[in-house]
Design a protein around this ligand. Sequence first.
Ligand code: SF4
Length: 237
Amino acid sequence: MSETVTLTIDGTEITVPAGTTILDAAAQLGIEIPAICYHDSLKANGLCRVCSVDAGWRTNAAACVAECSQGMNVKTQTDEVVRNRRTILEMLSSTVDLSEAPGILALLKESGADPERFAEFKRRESPVYDDNPFYIRDYNQCINCWRCVQVCAEDAQFAFALSFDGRGFETRIGTFMNQGMPDTTCVFCGQCVGVCPTGALKPKRQVLLEQGMNPDDIFRETKRGRKPKREARGGNS
Ligand code: SF4
């Protein structure tokens, strides 16, 4: 394999080291390809497909994982690419509560997507898990981007407290046997909360503040010295 490859992105030629992704090569040209599941500090996995571009293949390529190749001609803004991106965003909007996902809401607006296009379709619903003093999990706002799972596993913490649960449309993030967080290997580092793009994972103090609770009461409710209640498994709030 040669050490560099030369390709064209939106009409501009660029030479990059072999193995560079289309997303990174485009960024070097100042071309921003929108993405949702991608995070700079995590391993890319091409899950959301919002970054899909025309790379001359039979199907569009997820730019966050597709590597540049010699002579490739990438187009990031064709009618088809933009329409696909818009449709993915519209489908997300129909199934998940995106009200606290400003980045995705901005993408919906920029792409001219109609958030109500599939409004009559089934929504993915989940209990809200309030089972520890540190953070709340509201998977009604989860887009299954996998970031929290990765940061909890090999990408950072090696705690492996989170994984996928269920299949197909019912796939969601969960714990082993749906255990409450205090019964898992979670060390409450908060990194999953930090990488969540939608508000599905939120610090409990923030939630209580938003609910209007007095800061002193919040401190008592969530102080670090208090051990998570092991009996408070799963549960709705
Ligand atoms: S909880 Fe947040 S970080 Fe985890 S998969 Fe859902 S949206 Fe992504």
